[in-house]
Write a protein that binds this ligand. Structure first.
Ligand SMILES: [Zn+2]
Length: 297
């Protein structure tokens, strides 16, 4: 579940705590966790960590040695976390990578209870290829003009677009729901049919929600913890995510849960479906079937 704000929180803590540390040793629990670059593992011993950054929902450590820079990319995926120390013994079981470091933080652990946790060890060219292949525009760096053109050119459903990592990288189900609600847009609206002023509202809201969430250290839903073991507080500010059955904070109508590829939480009064959807009940332009409303028990 970590999304952009959570990955940014992880990268921020790594920059604060491990910048300047030297990798004294590395341990990989299972070779298949390293999806690319396992043969370069020995290079990292003795390398200095110079900074950390975020790519979509992944976290990148930058290591330097002999005037060369290489990267360790940790995919957070649905459940991946990085820790300065294991919060308690139950976490030890699913630690796949451990880096022993010099300096004030003795170790860095990559934890993922699912087998498909992924780590990549890449050089500069490898990183560029990796980023180009997997990540679209960053929602906090994309310009208004780029965003307007991008949304205007897509014929698919708005929520699917926001979550399409090769188009816009970093937004998952939680933030897509919050952004759409605050933009007063139904998830099944067709991206390319929105008026420019509405796209502008979406653009501004997207940036505001993500920036607020970063300030709050992300959202601890299920098991997100920052590397220092603290929880993200943005969950307290969620307005619709996981709030089916509760009243809309704006108009009081009941928040509904729609089932599509992932759960959508909407207030149908604040986020009315588009005209075509209302009339026909079917997706426009041959897109995927729109969300079916699911009544709560
Ligand atoms: Zn409402």
């Amino acid at each position: 579940m970590p999304e952009l704000p959570e990955a940014e929180t992880v990268a921020h803590q790594l920059r604060e705590k491990v910048r300047g540390a030297v990798i004294l040793n590395s341990w990989i629990g299972r070779d298949d966790i390293v999806r690319e670059g396992l043969s370069s593992l020995a290079w990292y011993r003795g390398a200095r960590l110079v900074t950390a950054s975020r790519l979509g929902k992944s976290v990148v450590l930058h290591a330097e040695k002999d005037s060369e820079t290489r990267f360790l990319i940790f995919e957070l995926g649905m459940t991946g976390l990085l820790f300065f120390e294991a919060p308690d013994s139950t976490y030890l079981k699913h630690i796949h990578v451990a880096l022993t470091l010099s300096g004030s933080v003795p170790s860095l652990y990559y934890w993922n209870p699912r087998r498909f946790g992924r780590v990549y060890l890449l050089d500069q060219t490898g990183l560029e290829r990796f980023a180009a292949r997997r990540f679209g525009h960053d929602p906090l760096e994309v310009t208004w003009t780029e965003f307007r053109d991008l949304v205007g050119s897509r014929r698919g459903r708005l929520k699917a677009l926001l979550m399409h990592q090769q188009v816009i990288a970093g937004i998952g189900n939680i933030y897509a729901n919050e952004i759409l609600y605050r933009s007063r847009l139904h998830p099944d609206r067709i991206a390319g049919k929105l008026p420019t002023r509405t796209v502008r509202r979406l653009f501004d809201t997207m940036r505001a929600v993500l920036n607020e969430a970063i300030i709050d250290g992300g959202s601890s839903v299920r098991d997100f913890l920052a590397p220092d073991g603290t929880r993200g507080e943005y969950r307290k500010r969620h307005l619709v995510y996981n709030k089916a059955g509760l009243p809309c904070p704006v108009c009081g109508h009941t928040i509904r849960r729609l089932m599509a590829e992932r759960s959508s939480f909407v207030c149908l009064s604040c986020q009315p479906p588009g005209k075509r959807l209302r009339r026909s009940g079917a997706g426009a332009n041959g897109e995927k079937t729109p969300s079916r409303e699911k009544n709560l028990p």
